[in-house]
Design a protein around this ligand. Structure first.
Ligand code: AKG
Ligand code: FE2
Length: 345
């Protein structure tokens, strides 16, 4: 499914790869300041599709840019791209309250065992990562032979480390959280769903939300069945390389993909990496659907924005800090979370 963003299999040779390089984060020396200071290199954003703007213009004038179509769902516009059938963009689909709820769930409950995360391979299952980070705890290796790790308060570390065990702080682990899986667990080494792995159902409220937004992309008369989900966590400089999600049985069913936190650039290519991709902004609250032909289209995230001007999460940040203290707000200020929900069978 995924390939690392920095693989050089196709170097600069494909249109998709060239777009990834065009939008990814590079640093350059800042001539005005000290020699060491580096700043993000400015990029040309003029070709990006901005569905927030398209929506505003459409509401005012009923005019759409070339190549963009609209379908109305419960009197809210859903946008399509003419040459990418099966792709749907629902700007601002999630309310502020829903965004806050799913950010909090993504950080607290979703990475809890039996759900797996990228940390499983090294540390085994880790419970209560978010709370441990909040309490400045440290994960210490207890037993070398069976690779057991346990959280300690900072003052307990000296004792725990007497045997020169390895340790890592919970806040570093939270920063390095890259994915967690909900429902049926995806096995990254076998690149498939492993139904034998213990798992919980996807929470009902998330299922209902996914079903509601999936409806427009579903074959007539059928209801979306959320069976597995991948939660992606992005910090500054993190990318998701061009890929297809092809491990689900029935590609007529959509992938329902929700964006939370900092604004990102999404590339929607074609069925070949030679097809020039459409580049578009994904903002907190946007929902994207990929069904049918669009399931065969390469896509990826070459960039997230964490600077105040581009991240566009001021309202979200203040709402999060108002209702639940600074920890969630601090995390999301420099992060993006994507929840993508799939019908597996
Ligand atoms: O982060 C995104 O918006 C896309 C995620 C995605 O394509 C995936 O997880 O398969
Ligand atoms: Fe994907």
């Amino acid at each position: 499914m995924y390939e690392a963003a920095n693989v050089s299999d196709d170097a600069d040779r494909t249109a998709f790869r060239r777009a990834e390089k065009k939008y990814k984060l590079y640093y350059e020396q800042d001539s005005k300041f000290s020699r060491k200071k580096k700043l993000p290199k400015p990029i040309d954003l003029s070709e990006l599709l901005d569905f927030d703007l398209i929506l505003k213009d459409f509401n005012k004038t009923s005019v759409l840019p070339d190549g963009i179509r609209v379908v109305e769902v419960d009197s809210s516009p859903v946008f399509c791209i003419e040459n990418r059938p099966g792709f749907y963009f629902i700007p601002g689909a999630l309310s502020l309250e829903e965004q806050c709820k799913w950010i909090k769930e993504s950080l607290t409950n979703f990475p809890q065992p039996p759900n797996r995360t990228n940390h499983n391979a090294i540390y085994g299952p880790i419970a209560d990562l978010f709370d441990s980070a909040k309490q400045n705890k440290v994960l210490v290796q207890e037993d070398l032979t069976d690779n057991r790790w346990k959280f300690y308060e900072e003052e307990g570390i000296a004792k725990a480390k007497q045997g020169s065990c390895k340790s890592v702080s919970a806040s570093v682990l939270l920063r390095k959280l890259r994915w967690s899986t909900l429902g049926l667990q995806f096995d990254w080494s076998k690149r498939n769903y492993d139904v034998a792995l213990p798992h919980n159902d996807i929470p009902d409220a998330l299922c209902q939300l996914a079903k509601k937004h999936a409806a427009i992309a579903m074959p007539a008369g059928e209801e979306f069945r959320p069976e597995g989900a991948i939660v992606n966590y992005f910090g500054l400089g993190d990318t998701l390389g061009g890929h297809l999600d092809d491990m689900e049985a029935d590609w007529s069913k959509p992938i329902v993909s929700m964006s939370l936190g900092c604004k990102a650039i999404f590339l929607l290519g074609g069925k070949s990496k030679e097809d020039p991709p459409h580049a578009m902004y994904l903002r907190s609250g946007d929902v994207v659907l990929m069904a049918g032909d669009a399931r065969e289209c390469y896509h990826g995230v070459p960039r997230i924005f964490t600077d105040e001007e581009n991240a566009e999460i001021g309202v979200l940040e203040s709402e999060l800090s108002r209702e639940s203290g600074n920890f969630f707000a601090e995390y999301i200020k420099t992060s993006r979370i994507n929840i993508n929900i799939r019908q597996v069978f």
